[in-house]
Design a protein around this ligand. Sequence first.
Ligand code: SAM
Length: 397
Amino acid sequence: MVLPPLYAAAEELYKAAAWREAIGIYQQIVAAAPREIRAWALMGLSATQAGDLDLAIHAFQRAVGLEPTAVNVHFRLGIALYQRGLMLEAEAAFRRTTELDPGHRDAQQNLAAVLIDQGRHAEAGPLFDAIVAQHHDSEMAWLGLANVHRVLSNAPAMLDCLMRAAVLNPANVATQHLLAAARGQTPQHPDWQYVEDFFDGYASRFEAHLVDHLAYSAPDILTQIVKEHYPNPTQFPRVLDLGCGTGLWGAAVRAVYPGDVLVGVDLSQKMVNAAQARGLYSTVAKAEAEEYLRKGHQTFDLIGATDVFIYVGDVAAIFELVAMRLAPGGVFAFTVEPTTDADKGYVLRTTGRYAHTPQYLTRLAARNTLRVVAQKTAPLRKSGASAEDGLYIVLAK
Ligand SMILES: C[S@@+](CC[C@H](N)C(=O)[O-])C[C@H]1O[C@@H](n2cnc3c(N)ncnc32)[C@H](O)[C@@H]1O
């Protein structure tokens, strides 16, 4: 087999974003020459681009198995593992990269970020400190350090780090969002681009991180609360899942209430793809929840939003539209992070998430003639060593 033309062809396909076809060529190469490190490494890159993280991890592992000192392959392996939500393995790959190349800034930053994702802020802090001491222009490290100071309740230092990140990249909507929160501002809604980018970047590790690591169980808990009040499995044939994410609530609901229609709506295309891949939804629309509700006419028997209003803020319009889209007797079930301290009824926290007061929500329910069926406090997800409680609310039309 003559390799250079094959590599050249694969490279062209890679440049044209034809990742799958490029992978096909690298597979041909390694089938004939299994010790061809370059083909394994390039297959890993193409598979990362294609979103096939399991193949990427396999290919990079084969490459570093053949050449254990290949610094950048260890780094790329770390990225694929991180995106896949395999945090301990990603941490090991980034550590190996920095052992081989102590000046590898991207590996240092990602190592610190992966520690933060594991709730190990105290270990991440000194790493970010060391990066910014050497590289004042590292936006990612300033943002990471802001996160560390938030957890340590060091508000002035958090604000300072965010301001430095904002100077480096004023167009970063995530930084602007966190900066508003750090300054005690509560915009009516976040910049939707922030939410979209955040969840596009989070989708591939969403379940591994949130469910496995943070013990997220809101979809099941909310469904159980609904079931306590509505035990009849034929009660909700038409269901709408606002901010469906990867489809965890849709799956929980369908296990209790098999029905004909399950519609998902989400701002993030990558979340929409993940929900579609579950094969449970009749349709999944890429749309902002309020926009979606405003434009359509279809009615539903159950409308849910688990862990979504924390990214919405003002939910007055959503309540009004949900009330219009519910069939008579229909049910609206959702979770929020509760607070007692919010002038407007909702407040943007320094985590970047909104919290809502129960009074605000019950006032909106009353205004839209929705009756409170259940209002319960139960765990939402882990926050550090403790559980973060959520408020679970069920309303009926
Ligand atoms: C924390 S995830 C929860 C996903 C899912 N409901 C669950 O419980 O697993 C929040 C989801 O809401 C989506 N989202 C946030 N704000 C939204 C909005 N205004 N319209 C549509 N989707 C939104 C995000 O893109 C993300 O997928």
